[in-house]
Structures are given as C-alpha cells and as structure tokens.
Design a protein around this ligand. Structure first.
Ligand code: ADP
Ligand code: MG
Length: 536
C-alpha cells in the first residue's frame, strides 16, 4: 500500500547496482511504519530482476555476538554456495573472513590464522576482506544486501557498513539498511555513522512517514473485505497517524471483537499501538499469554523447543498455535523451526508487563537453559548468556560470561563490542557488591586492552561506587587512565608488560621502544591474572 516513490528510488538503486554503480540506502522511521516491509518489497524486486539478495537482521534483545548482521549475510551466501566456488571467491581474505564466520573452516577446509597481530591492521584486513568478497560475489551476480534493525547493531557492524559504503561505490552491490530513528539518542554510534556516511555521494536516505488517508482507507477495505464508513476510516487514520502496524493491529482488534460493523467503530480505536497490541494480547488464553511471556524473554525470535523446556505445565504447542492463529507470532523467515513475534512491539509489550522479580527469575532460567544447550560450543553465546545472567542479577555468572564474551569479541576483532561487555561485567560486579579487587583489576585491564578502542565518546551512566578506590563515575576515559595506572603500578606497562593495543597507547609504546627499551611481549591472560594476584 502506497510507498510508490520510496520503492521507485530503491528500484532505481538496484538498476544502478546492476550497472556497476553501487550505493547504500538508509531507511529510517518509527517502529511499525513499514521499514521491514519496504525492504521485503525491494528484496522481492531484486530477486525478480535476478539479483542475489543477502539479508542480516540485528538482534534487538541484546547479546548477539559481534558483527551479527554481517555474520548472517556471509552465512546466507556460504550456505548456498558450493565449497569450490566459495574457496575461489574467498581469495586471500579467507583467514580474516573465517574469524567472522568460523564455519568457513569446515566448509572450505583448513585455513591459516591471520598473519597480522596488530588489532587495527587486522581489522582493516577484515573489513577489506568482506568488501573484496562481496565484490567478487557481485561480479557473478549483482547483489542486494539488506540489513534490518540497525538501531540494535553492535558498533563494529556499523563501522563495517561505513567502510563498505566507501568501497563498493563502483561495485555491483546495493546495500539497504533500516533503523528506528526514534531510538537513537545523541550519543548512539548510529548517529555518528549516519553523520559520516551521508557525506558519501553514493549514500541515499529514505525517511518513512505515515500512510495517507486514501491508503489507510484502501487498507481498511482490503482487510475488512469491504469499504468501511468514511468516519471510521477518518478516525483510524487520525488515531494511527497512518502507522501501518497500528492500522493492522487496530483492524485485527476490531475484527476479533466483532466491532468492525459498528458505526462507532472509529471511536473505539485504541489510543496507541501499544494499547492495540495489549488489547489483542488480552484476548489470548492464559496458557498462550504465559507461553508468549516466557518467549519474550528469549527475544524477538525464539526456538519453540527451548520454550517447551522452560514452560513445563502448559500445552506449549497448543499455546503457540493459538498465537500463530492470532498472527502475533509467525514462522521465522530466517531459520526453519524458529518462531518470531510478528513485530518487535509485540515482544516489547509482553516483556514490559513482566513484574521485576519474575523477570529476574525468568532470565535466570533462560540463562541456565541456554548454558545447558550450548555447552559444546558456547563461544558465540557468551554475550547472550552474560545478558541473561545480568538481568537475573546473578553476579558471578554475569561477570564471568561478560568477560568471556569480551575476550571472544576481541578475537573476532569486535573491539567496541568487547568494550561494551567489559563494561557490562563491571556493572554486574559493582551492582553485586563484589569486593574482589584482583577481579576488578582483571576487568579494568581488559577494558584498557584492545577493547578500549572506542569512537564517538559515549559515556556510561553512573555506577554505584561501593568499597574503597572504586571510580564513582564510569566512563571510557577514566577506565583507561585507571587501567594505565594499574599497569604502571604493576610494572606491566612498557618494557615489563604487554603493550596496550589501544592506538593511543601504541604511541607511548613506540616512544618507549625508541628510547631503547625492549619491546613488550604478550602475556597470557592467566599469567596476567597471576601477576596481578601476586601483587596483592
Ligand atoms: N505500505 C504498507 N502497506 C500495507 N501494510 C504495510 C505497509 N507497510 C507496513 N505494513 C504492515 O505493517 C506492519 C509493520 O510493518 P514493518 O515493516 O514490520 O514495520 P517496521 O519494520 O518499520 O517496524 C507489518 O504487518 C507490515 O506488513
Ligand atoms: Mg522492522
């Protein structure tokens, strides 16, 4: 419905991409305004014209591993390709790409580890490897990459997008990135990215507003199967401001309540999309609402098998059938067997209604269940486990998984993500009233390591300061200087210790080296821990 001009612009970009003039389109708007739908339409057009479409969606509930949307994009390609084809396309960047997508090692056989160790150089090579790979794919067949929900992207993913915007201008690649612009407060990395990117000539922007009255009228007619009285359309258009999700939810609600035919239908339109969703949820059976509530803790997308284990007493399959019939839940287009809430706002409505204590309890149970499921290969799940245990106020587990997740992120070259996880660990640590100073040192050292590389200068909020010597306010700068102080105090800076990977610190390391001191040798984390503990 509607969106003719926006779709035309995107179709134009597809044509340009086919001709070797790549571009990036940023698609913004409030939740429910139709960003994902427009992206779907553009993807359908692209497929119709013979382009290859690769999609990635950011995980809104938090805890996805670094570069998650890009991992999905690469995975989508890798899964559909023959190994020999893949090996040819991966080229010299194969070791870097395998850091992002470890399964490449299985798909194309043994790959060496990247030969470079400088974090910044490594990351440049990774970004370049992705760009070269996408160009190679697009040489065969023009490409549309769709990245949805970028407001929930990890910062490294955004940096990679920015890199690609600059390097695929003459490639047969179109990129479409969608994000909520209602959710990016001034310090959000997305704002900086957009500010930087719009200066690129090949970057276009589309901001979606509400549907017009005509379109709402048509939509009401389409879903009701007949024309609605003018005052009803008028009221729906006015109350929903043309937000398609709000219109859809309102129509479904009126239909479910059997009120569509009433002349006063317009006056019973809910006051907001949240209320429309609430009223639809209220119509579910207790069992279905209970199951969906637990599912909301798992995230926008969930595995019914996990839900089954968490929700013992009810007929989970029956409950899910009911939710699917009500179109509050649908099959995930991404992965067979998974289900997803029809819209993030449905998940949010359920999640937001859980009382604090029950929420903590549920996060704890989800954390333990995921821990059990992913025991064999926990690496990609550390961040999610940290998130659940953090929400469960389980300090020990939260700190441990956040730290493991941070180390995993560093190994993936997702430094900003590592930094976020170290800060999560510190928050859990402080909140739990922990007094283990050596542990605190370990976390600060981690934060001052490669993970300290941060751009944009976002500040963390207040941290409760407990015990002696804790910083009362937490921010990256203070953390780094504190970390540097600790390093110096432990004799770990310069000659005696591990050089910081932070670019600013590298300068001082180089200066130290120029002064004739021996270059520092890497110290393993365990050894570092022992060193720290030995000082106490
Ligand atoms: N132009 C449109 N015409 C008809 N339905 C639409 C349109 N845009 C969005 N919708 C429907 O509205 C709902 C919300 O759209 P969605 O694309 O998920 O929003 P967003 O991604 O912006 O949050 C979906 O059910 C979608 O199918
Ligand atoms: Mg969407």
């Amino acid at each position: 419905m509607g969106r003719g001009a926006e779709l035309a612009a995107l179709i134009g970009a597809l044509g340009e991409a086919e001709a070797g003039r790549g571009s990036v389109f940023l698609l913004s708007g409030e939740p429910g305004i139709g960003k994902s739908r427009l992206a779907d339409e553009a993807a359908a057009h692209a497929r119709g014209r013979g382009l290859l479409v690769l999609r990635g969606r950011c995980w809104e509930a938090g805890g996805a591993p670094g570069y998650w949307p890009w991992v999905q994009v690469l995975r989508a390609y890798a899964r559909g390709a023959e190994p020999y084809e893949l090996r040819g396309l991966l080229g010299a960047g194969a070791p870097e790409l395998a850091e992002l997508l470890p399964e490449l090692r299985e798909l194309v056989g043994d790959l060496p580890r990247p030969a470079v160790h400088d974090p910044e150089a490594l990351r440049f090579r990774l970004f370049d490897a992705v760009a070269v790979f996408l160009r190679a794919v697009a040489d065969e067949r023009a490409l549309l990459v769709v990245l949805d929900d970028l407001h929930a992207a990890d910062e490294p993913s955004l940096l990679l997008l920015e890199f690609l915007a600059g390097s695929t201008r003459d490639a047969r690649v179109a990129v479409l990135g969608a994000y909520r612009d209602t959710e990016t407060e001034p310090g959000h990395p997305l704002n900086r990215l957009i500010g930087d990117m719009v200066r690129e000539p090949a970057v276009g922007r589309i901001s979606l507003g509400g549907l017009g009255r005509e379109e709402v009228g048509e939509y009401v007619e389409l879903s009701a199967g007949r024309r609605a009285p003018e005052p009803v359309v008028e009221a729906i258009h006015e109350r929903t401001a043309g937000n398609p999700l709000f219109v859809v939810e309102t129509m479904r609600l009126l239909a479910a309540e059997g009120r569509l035919d009433r002349a006063d239908a317009g006056t019973i339109v809910p006051a907001g999309v949240g209320q429309a969703i609430d009223r639809r949820l209220e119509r579910l059976s207790e069992a279905a609402r209970g199951a969906l509530t637990i599912a909301s803790v798992l995230g926008r997308e969930f595995d019914p098998a996990v839900l089954e284990r968490l929700d013992h007493d009810d007929d989970v399959a029956g409950a899910l059938d009911e939710a699917i019939a009500a179109r509050l839940v649908t099959a995930s287009p991404r992965a067979p067997g998974l289900l997803r809430f029809s819209h993030a706002l449905v998940r949010d409505a359920l999640y937001g209604a859980i009382p604090a204590r029950r929420r903590r309890d549920l996060h704890g149970r989800v954390g333990m269940e995921l821990e059990r499921r992913h025991r064999a290969e926990p690496g990609p799940h550390f961040a999610k486990l940290a998130q659940h245990f953090f929400e469960a106020a389980a300090t020990e587990e939260a700190v441990e998984y956040a730290e493991l997740g941070a180390e995993h992120a560093v190994s993936q070259l997702a430094y900003e993500e590592a930094s976020r996880l170290y800060r999560l660990a510190l928050r859990a640590f402080e909140r739990g009233g922990a007094t283990d100073e050596s542990r605190l040192c370990g976390l600060l050292l981690g934060l001052g390591g490669p993970g300290a590389r941060r751009r944009g200068g976002r500040r963390e909020g207040n941290l409760p300061a407990r015990g002696r010597g804790r910083p009362a306010r937490w921010d990256g700068g203070a953390a780094r200087s504190r970390s540097a102080r600790i390093r110096r105090a432990l004799g770990m800076d310069g000659a005696a210790g591990r050089p910081s990977h932070h670019p600013a610190a590298r300068g001082s390391h180089r200066r130290a080296t120029e002064r004739g001191q021996r270059p520092a040798r890497p110290v393993a984390r365990a050894a570092r821990r022992r060193a720290v503990e030995g000082q106490r």
